[in-house]
Structures are given as structure tokens and as C-alpha cells.
Design a protein around this ligand. Structure first.
Ligand code: FAD
Length: 385
């Protein structure tokens, strides 16, 4: 009999593909199932902070990452009127990357040594006497030793193991978009993360695709219920009206946008558990978080690498206990990151415009959250063995 564990992953997002990469590298047979036909996420950028970048580089992706991404060079913060808000020195943040999501997904897809079955919408997850069984809308059935639900914020695997997620609106929505750098005279000088904050709103931009595009995320108040999806179209004019009278680069960026997408921001408390028998969760399915600290995907990447380290030497009869150990290790850290992200959001949209007050508060919460970046998820998992 083949001793290698057979792992099935539901979802080929950043979390599912990173987990597939880490699990295959440690000798497991992995199959990934994805409901869509191709990674067709609407264009958007993502920052990969050092805690995730360390793992990807160790897995051999340094060259690929450096080819398609822009290196993070810290955070420049300003008030709505463009007055600089001094930020703490960013030496560790410089080890991260800024990348176009689709380029990142394609990079993971071309690196991962596991079959990825597109067009497979999972509709059922159950345990069998010797493992776990997935069923799909197209009639396919797949048996594995264990199942990982990496199926995002509306996870069906989460529901299948008896969990109920309770979203509450943060009262804000995010407009997202990409601007062609050539449309902005000052784009060539843009480095790192740039943020403007004021009167209940904030706007962040950073270069991706090696500087050819600038990723824009604007958080504005909203009393309406909004979908959490990459595809809901936004209105550029409505976005512009939110930032009337703001610093000139903010207006320039919004004017240069051809289209935007909007995403309602919802917060959710940590789940009571992630693992049941031979089924577990990972990424947004396990710990959806508000995006104000740029850690959602990073925590999904950490999950996959930690789980791979724990499963590498596990026997089949040890799978439930190993998934429980994974849950306990990760639930504690991701719950703290969820709380830090919530706090960051409150700070970004607070009303005060005084730069020195902003700087002081920013120093406070950033140093309180400094534990996030140096963490090594693989080492933390290995320490449990
Ligand atoms: P997803 O990316 O949602 O992937 C889930 C996959 O599962 C999808 O491909 C989906 O099609 C598939 N799927 C779903 N259901 C099924 C099914 N039944 N069967 C088969 N397949 C299924 N994070 C960062 O780290 N840095 C950032 O800068 C950052 N910026 C963000 C900005 C915004 C505006 C938002 C909203 C989020 C941001 N995040 C950021 C968070 C990040 O996008 C998410 O945390 C991350 O995408 C989660 O990855 P995932 O793989 O867990 O889930």
C-alpha cells in the first residue's frame, strides 16, 4: 500500500494552492478541486508581508516572486490633505512583496506539483470508515485520507462540519481598482505602500506588475449591505465624490481609474473549531478577517505550511489528532491577527487629522502588532512534534 497520505483540497485560491505546494513538497499526494474554470479573479493587487514571504522563499519561489512582484519598501502615510504622518522604520517590512493577484495565482499554479481540477464545485463532504469523501456538482466523487476546506469566505466545507459564520458589517466598503502607471506623471517615483487617512475614510495604493500598474484600495463609509466578492462593479464617480478636496495624488489616481469593484467589509468572530475528524479548514474559510492589516492571504499561506509540517510524518490513524493540533496552533495566532486587523481599521478611519497625533497612535498599534511579521509558521509547527 502507498504510505503517502492522500490529501484533497477544496479551493484553488491563494490558500489552497499554497497548501498544495507545501504538502506536495513534503511528499503527500495532493489533489485540488476548484469550482471555476480558471483563476479569473478580477484584477487587484495584494501585499505579501514578511511572515508569508519567508515561507514562499524557502519553498523555492524567491526567483518567481522577484520576477513578477515589486518589493515592499515600507509604509508612507499622509493625512487627507497630504501632510506626512511619520511611520516607524520599516526594515522588516522590506522583506515582503506587492503583487498582482492573478499573477500570484498563476505563479502558484505553475509551481505546484499537484493536479488542480477546475470546474469541480464541491457540494458534499463526509467521512467514510477509512477516510473522507468529496462529491461534486458535476457528479464526480473523490476519496482521500483527509480534506482541507480552502474554499474562502462563503465556505461550504465550514458548513459541512457544523459551523455557522456570523458576519457583522463594519459599516464600510472597499473600492478596488488598478491604474495604468503611465497615466500618472508621478507613478515612476511610487514605492511601497502609500496611504492617506482622514474623516472616516482611507485610500491605499502600491505598485504591482513591476510598476506597470498601481493597485488602489479605498475604504469609505457605507450603510448598505454589499456583497463580498471580487466581481461587484463599483462607480468611479461615486468613489470620486467620497474624496473631494483630498490631496492631489488621491484625486489623480481616482481620475485615472477606468473601472472599480466594490467589496463590503464584514467582520466575523473566531470560529470555535476548524477540524472535525478528517476534515479541516484553512484561510478565509477558517479565519476570515477584515483586510486592514493585509494579513488575510498571509495567514492562509501560514496555515498551509504549518499543516504540511504537522502532517508530514503522521500515520493515517493519527490524522484526526494532527488536524486538532493544527487547529489549536493556528486558531490562537489567527484570532490575534484578526483582532489586530480590526484595530488597524478603526485607526485608519478615525476622524482626527492632526499628523503628530496620528503618528503617535500609529506607532502605538504598530509596535503592539510587531509580533506578526517575524513569525515562522513552519518552525512553530515543527516545535510541536
Ligand atoms: P479565496 O481566495 O476566497 O479562495 C477560495 C477558492 O475556493 C476560490 O478560488 C473559490 O472559487 C473556491 N471555491 C469556493 N467554494 C468552492 C466549492 N464549493 N468548490 C470548489 N471550489 C470552491 N490579504 C493579504 O494577505 N494582503 C493584502 O494586501 C490583502 N488585501 C485585501 C484587500 C481586500 C479589498 C480584500 C477584500 C481582501 C484582502 N486580503 C489581503 C485578504 C485576502 O484576499 C484573503 O484573505 C485571501 O484571498 C484568502 O484566500 P483563500 O484561499 O483562503 O480564499
Amino acid at each position: 500500500m502507498n504510505d503517502r497520505l492522500n490529501v484533497a483540497i477544496v479551493g484553488a485560491g491563494i490558500g489552497g494552492l499554497s497548501a498544495a505546494l507545501a504538502l506536495s513538497a513534503r511528499g503527500m499526494n495532493v489533489t485540488v478541486f476548484e469550482e471555476i474554470l480558471w483563476p479569473r479573479e478580477a484584477g487587484a493587487g495584494i501585499s505579501i508581508p514578511p511572515n508569508a514571504a519567508t515561507l514562499l522563499k524557502r519553498a523555492g519561489l524567491r526567483g518567481a516572486l522577484e520576477q513578477v512582484s515589486t518589493r515592499s519598501q515600507g509604509l508612507s502615510a499622509r493625512t487627507s490633505q497630504g501632510e506626512p504622518v511619520p511611520t516607524p522604520p520599516a526594515s522588516i517590512a522590506e522583506q515582503g512583496y506587492q503583487i498582482h493577484r492573478v499573477e500570484f495565482l498563476n505563479m502558484l499554479l505553475s509551481t505546484v506539483k499537484a493536479p488542480v481540477r477546475f470546474g469541480h464545485r464541491c457540494v458534499g463532504v463526509g467521512e467514510t470508515e477509512i477516510g473522507a469523501r468529496l462529491t461534486f456538482a458535476n457528479g464526480a466523487v473523490h476519496d482521500a485520507d483527509l480534506v482541507i476546506g480552502a474554499d474562502g469566505i462563503h465556505s461550504m466545507v465550514q458548513r459541512a462540519i457544523g459551523l455557522v459564520s456570523r458576519p457583522t458589517s463594519e459599516g464600510i466598503m472597499a473600492y478596488r481598482g488598478l491604474v495604468q502607471s503611465q497615466r500618472l506623471s508621478w507613478a515612476a517615483e511610487l514605492r511601497g505602500l502609500n496611504m492617506w487617512m482622514g474623516a472616516g475614510r482611507s485610500l491605499i495604493c502600491f505598485p504591482v506588475s513591476q510598476g506597470r500598474l498601481i493597485n488602489v484600495v479605498a475604504f469609505v463609509p457605507s450603510s448598505r449591505d454589499m456583497e463580498e466578492t471580487w466581481y461587484a462593479p463599483g462607480d468611479v464617480k461615486a468613489l470620486a465624490s467620497e474624496y473631494e478636496g483630498w490631496d492631489v495624488p488621491v484625486q489623480d489616481i481616482i481620475t485615472a481609474l477606468d473601472q472599480t469593484f466594490r467589496w463590503g467589509i464584514y467582520d466575523r468572530p473566531p470560529l470555535p473549531y476548524w477540524s472535525k475528524g478528517r476534515v479541516t479548514l484553512l484561510g478565509d474559510a477558517a479565519h476570515p478577517m477584515v483586510p486592514h492589516f493585509g494579513q488575510g492571504a498571509a495567514q492562509a499561506i501560514e496555515d498551509g505550511f504549518a499543516l504540511a509540517a504537522l502532517l508530514e510524518h503522521a500515520r493515517r490513524d493519527e490524522i484526526p489528532a494532527t488536524l486538532k493540533a493544527y487547529q489549536d496552533l493556528r486558531l490562537e495566532r489567527t484570532s490575534r491577527v484578526q483582532a489586530a486587523s480590526r484595530k488597524a481599521g478603526r485607526f485608519y478611519r478615525s476622524m482626527g487629522e492632526d499628523p503628530s497625533e496620528r503618528a503617535e497612535k500609529m506607532r502605538e498599534w504598530m509596535s503592539a502588532a510587531a509580533w506578526i511579521f517575524p513569525y515562522d509558521a513552519e518552525k512553530a509547527a515543527a516545535a510541536l512534534l
